[in-house]
Ligand binder design. Structure first.
Ligand code: ADE
Ligand code: ZN
Length: 346
């Protein structure tokens, strides 16, 4: 669409109100400290922190691993199906206020099954929240099961087998956790099997790891999107490939600063990715840990990189294009976005 001129002072309102999709949110990363303590009490789980304040004070991360250690400890309070529902429902209520109209949620079943929580408890709780998001909030939502890459491929296969009886509740698989030292090729066979099962495939790559991990995620895992992918800026040939093949990147700006991938938002590569014609999107990753949900990511990134209304349109449009919705639903949401921008110019 040819974008009508929009005055700069309308930008904050526009970012808030425009319809958008979130494609990179670890639902366990939406557990706010207050909910961690409430669930710990409900389930009689002992936490290694005395208070909400003490827990929040520990959120001073130096890299991905320093975050993951605390993130897995926080997830230990999730025991009952209702806990998974409550966590996801709290996220959806926040997403609705940010005008997220479609969300694809990552979850980490191995974090829970390793503590004796049944796969069905995890998936059915999350799936029920997704259904309620649709009927009560008008947000379409689906689930993506992530394998933990610091564990073995055999464990990933076992996780897949446990999840397959619940196949109708998730649309795809992903790969997350500690990146460096756990390259995509470690999971080539399990991803091949997932492809044969008709599951969508995504993987974290090029968050802290090298651009080569992005390449092998594409070539050996057959992924349709790359999560993060910001290290691609260090490889011009890869940049061209991502742009030409329209391979989306689900970028998470506040996460990248909190985990010290960039010293500050002004140094972030998002604008360079967009300028190169790459289908980049903005997402929150682990909003309870990284300082904000979707619109906080939009607001702070736009201010730091001096982005304009045309970037807002592109990012929202990219989020729908990059989603795993069917063609008709994508076209419907892009039409809604176009209508929104036409109205914003009036
Ligand atoms: N799990 C949750 N958040 C993650 C991130 N940013 N990178 C890798 N694994 C994660
Ligand atoms: Zn992530």
């Amino acid at each position: 669409m040819k974008l009508p001129p929009i005055p700069a002072e309308r930008l904050p309102g526009l970012l808030q109100a425009m319809p958008k999709a979130e494609l990179h949110i670890h639902i366990e990363g939406s557990l706010e400290p207050e909910m961690i303590f409430a669930l710990a009490q409900r389930n009689r789980v002992r936490l290694p922190y005395d208070s909400v304040q003490a827990l929040r004070a520990a959120y001073a991360f130096t890299n991905l691993q320093s975050f993951l250690d605390i993130y897995y400890a926080g997830a230990s309070v999730l025991i009952q199906e209702q806990d998974f529902y409550d966590m996801a429902w709290a996220y959806f209520k926040k997403a609705a206020t940010d005008n997220v109209v479609h969300a694809e949620l990552f979850f980490d079943p191995q974090t829970h099954t390793s503590r004796g929580v049944a796969m069905a408890t995890v998936i059915l709780g999350l799936s029920r929240a997704c259904q309620d998001a649709r009927t009560r909030l008008g947000i379409s939502a689906s689930l993506i099961l992530c394998f933990l890459r610091h564990l073995s491929e055999d464990e990933a296969f076992a996780t897949l087998e446990q999840a397959l009886p619940l196949r109708e509740h998730f649309i795809g698989v992903g790969l997350d956790s500690s990146e460096v030292g756990h390259p995509p090729e470690k999971f080539a066979r399990v991803f091949q099997r997932c492809g044969a099962l008709g599951l969508h495939r995504v993987a974290h790559a090029g968050e802290e790891g090298p651009p080569a991990y992005i390449q092998t995620a594409l070539d050996l895992l057959g992924v349709e999107r790359i999560d993060h992918g910001v290290q691609a800026v260090n490889d011009p040939v890869l940049m061209q490939r991502l742009a030409q093949q329209r391979i989306p990147l689900t970028v998470c700006p506040l996460s990248n600063v909190k985990l010290c991938v960039y010293p500050d938002l002004r140094s972030h590569s998002l604008k360079a990715l967009l300028d190169a014609g790459i289908v980049a999107t903005i997402n929150s990753d682990d909003p309870a840990y990284f300082g904000g949900y979707m619109n906080q990511n939009f607001r702070e990134t736009f201010a730091a990189l001096e982005l304009q209304a045309s970037h807002a349109y592109t990012l929202a449009r990219n989020s729908f294009e990059a989603s795993f919705l069917d063609a008709g639903d994508k076209a419907g949401l892009i039409g809604r976005l176009d209508h929104f921008f036409e109205g914003a110019a009036a």
